[in-house]
Design a protein around this ligand. Structure first.
Ligand code: PNS
Length: 165
């Protein structure tokens, strides 16, 4: 496994500015970065994986990132199986608070047991510390403006309910 290839996994339901910030930082650290929409068996999703993938692709393209970024999805099993397939030695996660540390640490340790893969935690800009997909889902569902928290492509999608972007 290569430590120069990393995976940023997540539900991305929907992608937020916090996600983009972590992806931008990780893309500077690794030669190849796989941004992966993964099914989380513990969460009920708002958007289908194909829609999350389309929003992520558009958001990353609009942001100007992309040279070393591969965007994909994975719902076939363990995340570490995907990492192994692409020869990635590192998982990257964003950490906003102690709550995230408590949530992420067991997954990092399980993934290390499963496949000897390390998890690297990155701190997003503090301006994104309060942004979460679950809050965005809630605000959007109740008709609020989520544009301060999500990339323009996601804001447009949630605002208009547009399909098939
Ligand atoms: O954005 P999320 O919901 O916090 O991401 C969590 C995710 C999807 C990365 C995690 O649930 C996951 O890795 N799911 C794949 C199944 C798996 O490999 N589980 C065992 C390791 S925790």
């Amino acid at each position: 496994m290569s430590s120069r290839i990393a995976v940023v996994p997540g539900s991305f339901d929907p992608p937020t500015l916090g996600h983009l910030d972590v992806i931008r930082r990780a893309a500077k650290l690794y030669d190849e970065l796989h941004v992966l929409v993964v099914h989380n068996p513990g969460k009920e999703a708002m958007l289908p994986i194909s829609q999350r993938l389309a929003l992520l692709e558009k958001s990353i393209a609009e942001d100007g990132m992309g040279g070393n970024i591969v965007i994909g999805s994975w719902s076939m099993g363990l995340l570490v199986d995907y990492a192994r397939d692409v020869n990635a030695g590192v998982l990257v996660k964003g950490i906003r608070s102690q709550i995230d540390v408590a949530y992420e640490s067991p997954m990092a340790i399980v993934n290390r047991h499963l496949a000897d893969i390390e998890t690297v935690f990155l701190l997003p800009d503090p301006s994104h510390a309060m942004v979460s997909s679950s809050l965005v889902r809630q605000v959007a569902g109740l008709g609020g403006d989520v544009s301060p928290f999500v990339p323009p492509a996601v804001a447009a999608f949630l605002d208009t309910g547009a399909r098939g972007i």
